[in-house]
Ligand binder design. Structure first.
Ligand code: BGC
Length: 733
């Protein structure tokens, strides 16, 4: 439809029709014929169901086509309904969770994943995905860190942009793609004490320098939708924050797409004590520029009256409705309301060998090896025992892969049996224990099993028998599927008592131990690390988890993943991140530490820092050399190193550039990631890696409240993690 026709359509619509374009209803409203027969369903008035502009959480081509047809037939202007869904890291083929994708340090992997998800979801009738999440995360207590690519704004920005491109392709009209929604604007990851939905207090410079850039990258990449966040930011709920939405998002970032509230976030402004009534909340949200109200009666129940009484002016309403109509139009829904969806296409494009292979590749690249002693990995022995609740567990997705089916996943056991079936290597498996302890709270339910102690004793003795038989044990441990995700904040970041007991008992057998950890967040792994020969983080690897992990632990591929978030020594260190400040009393590396910034009982640094991860080989990096040591605006310094694989096997390193600004009109972080490059080298091979450093990379939000650079000294560090001390000074003149 032409823009002029859209405008004509808008002019023809009644006030009620316009309002309803801004209303999103939960999918179960349309789950049966109630929506079209006009019968009351879940208390939603008939006119709302008949006219609401979008819905979420429904998928399946035939189902969606039926709903769409019946809806459009009844709609006075036959405007199509828009279908949205949380396709976060997989629709049918599940890729590693976003935190795992962060660990790949390879935006192309995230892009490929998004492309596969878009194709599968679109064939199933989905028009918009609520992904990617651009929230910067520094606190492992917050369960939603699983949905982020980590603690660094630069890495997140690259990942978010890549995902937007993957989802949307060049044109969202193309039926292999969907529109992408960047969320949760803004700073949801800064929730106080890591407790979900909580207040966020941030200075403007921290907000702008650290928290906003990754959303901005998503918007620059063309994301068609943005979602507000649940939190308040310095006392103001996002859905009613005019400054944040109108000044920053729309004016500064240039976002002209649809802004949707998070689920019930407009109504929740009343609970926050920011709006006295739902009507006030609706007015505040409209003034802030929130176009769609997700799943409450705020807009449907109040907006018409607000406009009629002149409290919300018609232009504001028209603008919002137009944005929704434009998105529908750009998706091509006026011409093809099904966006090419069909059951046949869905069968054809879902879980194909190619998409499984892409997911498997992503798994291989997401694994982070944190320790490898006594040559525990890759596995070389002839009798291997896989022990633990994840040894044969299909549920390797995160709780944010709602439209997938975990029965399609390949477990460790299935992958190992297949891999070794025609070899001399013998494999055995044992569960060892239940994953959780009794009375573990999981949100939707509390884990409880009668006779758990007896059951665990039985499982343990089977596991010990298998361990006794083996040359090496691979312990497959981790968090439960429901322990990370929304509303899963935790103050205890250790494994369950049952798993720790299993670990200790198996260890007593004196075999080599490799521990694999399945998790949606950084965990406290102190004891496990100390007592394992090898330790590898597998995140939530998804459908091809077993295959991808076996590819790596068997030695076909060297691990190359790097931590996208710091792993702490203990929970008390949270929030923790590498780009912290020096303080006025930095802790000295040697000598007296009293009256310095430190803990009495724990290091300042995390147990494993951002950017850390081993390979099966050894790498060296030369001192950094600069093409010159003075930088002027418009010019570039080339910083280079020679990286050498001094080990015995081909492997991939992630070479990372960090810059420290030594002085500033506002205190500057100890260092910030400014570039990375993955290099694959054969044993003995070396390569020069070069990064350009330009003035714009040195800008920050200065005392003048603008992004600008300041002359002075900087250090460029190039190495293999965020604690590298391989640095060289240069000056901006
Ligand atoms: C979450 C969003 C999600 C939305 C729709 C909310 O509870 O915070 O991330 O997109 O639900 O499912």
């Amino acid at each position: 439809m032409k823009k002029t026709d859209l405008k004509a359509l808008l002019d023809e619509m009644s006030l009620e029709e316009k309002v309803m374009q801004l209303v999103q209803l939960p999918g179960d409203t349309f789950g049966n014929d109630a929506a079209v027969t006009g019968l009351s369903n879940s208390g939603i008035p008939e006119n709302v169901k008949r006219l609401a502009g979008s819905t979420l959480g429904v998928w399946g081509a035939d189902k969606i086509k039926k709903i769409q047809k019946e809806y459009m037939d009844k709609h006075p202007h036959h405007i199509p309904l828009m279908f949205m869904l949380d396709v976060i890291h997989g629709h049918k083929t599940v890729f590693p969770c976003p935190l795992g994708l962060g660990a790949t340090f390879e935006p192309e992997v995230a892009e490929k994943g998004a492309e596969v998800q878009a194709k599968e979801a679109s064939a199933d009738g989905v028009h918009v995905t609520f992904s990617p999440m651009g929230d910067l995360v520094r606190d492992a207590r917050w369960g939603r860190v699983v949905e982020s690519t980590g603690e660094d704004k630069f890495l997140n920005g690259k990942m978010v942009a890549a995902m937007v491109k993957g989802y949307q392709g060049d044109d969202i009209k193309d039926s292999d793609h969907v529109a992408s929604c960047v969320k949760h604007f803004a700073a949801y990851g800064g929730a106080e004490a890591g407790r979900d939905y909580n207040n966020v207090e941030l200075s403007e410079h921290t907000l702008r320098e650290q928290y906003l850039p990754s959303y901005a990258e998503g918007i620059k990449a063309g994301a068609r939708m943005v979602m507000t966040s649940f939190n308040t930011l310095n006392g103001i709920p996002s859905s009613g924050n005019k400054w944040l939405m109108r000044d920053i998002l729309r004016k500064e970032m240039g976002f002209d797409g649809v802004l949707i509230s998070d689920w019930a976030a407009i109504a929740e402004m009343q609970n926050w004590g920011f709006a006295e009534t739902l009507k006030d909340a609706s007015r505040l949200a409209m003034e802030a520029g929130v176009d769609i109200d997700m799943c409450t009666e705020c807009y449907s129940g109040n907006l018409k009256e607000l406009v009629e009484s002149g409290q919300v002016n018609m232009e504001l309403l028209d603008e919002a409705v137009m944005r929704v109509l434009e998105l529908k139009n750009d998706l091509g829904l006026f011409e093809d309301p099904y966006h090419g969806a069909s059951e046949e296409k869905s069968r054809k494009v879902s879980l194909t060998p190619e998409s499984r292979e892409a997911a498997r590749d992503a798994v291989r690249k997401s694994l982070v090896l944190l320790k490898n002693k006594r040559e525990a990995l890759p596995l070389k022995v002839s009798k291997i025992a896989f022990i633990g609740p994840y040894a044969d567990e299909k549920e390797m997705r995160s709780s944010w892969a709602i439209s997938s089916d975990s029965s399609t996943a390949v477990t460790i056991k299935e992958a190992a049996q297949k891999r070794y079936e025609k070899s001399d290597v013998k494999v055995k498996f044992a569960k060892g224990c239940e994953m959780l302890d009794n009375n573990t709270e999981l949100g939707f339910f509390t884990f409880k099993k009668d006779d758990l102690d007896n059951e665990n004793n039985k499982l343990l003795s089977q596991a010990l028998e298998v361990a006794e038989w083996a040359d090496e044990v691979v312990l497959c441990l981790g968090e439960h599927f429901s322990q990370s995700g929304e509303s899963t904040s935790r103050v205890n970041l250790s494994l369950s008592d049952a798993q720790m007991r299993l670990f200790e008992e198996v260890r007593k057998k004196g075999k080599k131990i490799t521990t694999l950890i399945f998790t949606g967040r950084p965990l406290v792994l102190d004891d496990i690390e100390a007592k394992s020969d090898a330790l590898m983080i597998c995140f939530r690897p998804g459908t091809e988890g077993g295959n991808g992990i076996l590819d790596v632990i068997s030695g076909d591929y060297s691990p190359s993943g790097k931590l996208p978030m710091s792993f702490p020594y203990c929970v008390g260190q949270e929030p923790i991140h590498y780009d912290r400040y020096n303080t006025g009393r930095p802790k000295p590396t040697e000598g007296a530490t009293i009256f310095t910034s430190r803990y009495l009982d724990c290091p300042n640094e995390p147990k494993f820092c951002f950017g850390y991860g081993l390979t099966y080989s050894d790498f060296t990096v030369s001192a950094v050399s600069l093409s010159k040591d003075k930088l002027t605006k418009g010019d570039e310094i080339k910083a280079s190193v020679t990286v050498k694989n001094t080990g015995k096997v081909t492997a991939t390193e992630v070479v990372q550039l960090y810059i420290r600004d030594m002085f500033g009109s506002r205190v500057r972080p100890l260092r910030e990631l400014k570039g990375f490059e993955k290099v694959e080298l054969k044993a003995g091979e070396s390569k020069t890696v070069e990064f350009g450093i330009t003035e714009d990379m040195l800008r920050f939000f200065t005392i003048n409240n603008v992004f600008e650079s300041e002359k002075g000294k900087f250090i460029a560090f190039i190495g293999f993690d965020s604690e590298t001390d391989n640095g060289i000074e240069f000056e901006l003149v």
